[in-house]
Design a protein around this ligand. Sequence first.
Ligand code: PBG
Length: 325
Amino acid sequence: MSFPKTRLRRLRYNPIIRELVKETKISVDDLIYPMFVCTGENIRNEISSMPGQYQLSIDNFINECKNVTRKGIKSILIFGIPENKDESGKIACQDNSIVQRAIKEIRKQNLNLLIIADVCNCEYTNHGHCGTIIDGDVDNDLTIQTLANQAVSLVKAGADIIAPSDMMDGRVGLIRTALDNSGFERTPILSYAVKYSSAFYSPFRDAADSTPSFGDRKTYQMDFANSREAFREVEQDLNEGADMIMVKPALSYLDIIYKIKEYTNVPVIAYSVSGEYSMIKAASQNNWIKEMDIVMEITTSIKRAGADIIITYHALDIADRLNNK
Ligand code: PBG
């Protein structure tokens, strides 16, 4: 049928009808909030390239976790900023390392909070790369050993989900075996399977103090020109036992999110990364855009593209918006 019998505007006049026919809705249940925990006491350092995001010492971190749950957000992703770094990031495997200590403290609070621990060495190596350097590049097979140790230690501390973000080959399989051998066969692995080498991560590297001191991450993270390669990454990680798959970044990769969602039946998580956040913040501080309108539009687009779950630094603001605050 065509005009005038068909009038597409009919379903747009009444706001309640518009709400009724809305195809994609964001809920607090879809959101994961990334957080940075550091050593020391009473520290609340605003990250200069990420206004509104903080490095928090454990005391403030706990208070912020309470705030997160009050707003209805149920999941956080933790990154740690340690006091010391070394060549291979071994410090991240110690049971008293910063993230392990933070997790143990949160657990004491009995909050209704799912704790996802990022597993990577880049915050813990003195050169800022995601693993052990041999002959000027990250050595795959040595690095995955340290990642497996780090994962077991984080789960022992109380992490609910392990999220390896390093992009080494074989790490999901090794981590799965290590967890199973330690009696943690129930702990899911959320694999950063499709992680591009991206200029969108630079504010995060300020936040986590993980900028590589030489070179870049192009020998392990994916080339942003590639999309078929994403299927190979997903296939590999699922074969090795990944329970959930991540695509990262999100906004410039909606096509990848869409394709991966069509391709696989496991939950697809999209990470709306630091640079995506910082660009919105900068533009809104200049009053060039309406911050929360843009945030809702972009976040909805990520879900509409196929993401089941979205990791976003805007999670608390989205929760306020959804709660009409
Ligand atoms: C660690 C890691 C990074 C991010 C998440 N985990 C940085 C990187 O790979 O350099 C980026 C997150 C963001 O930009 O918000 N490997």
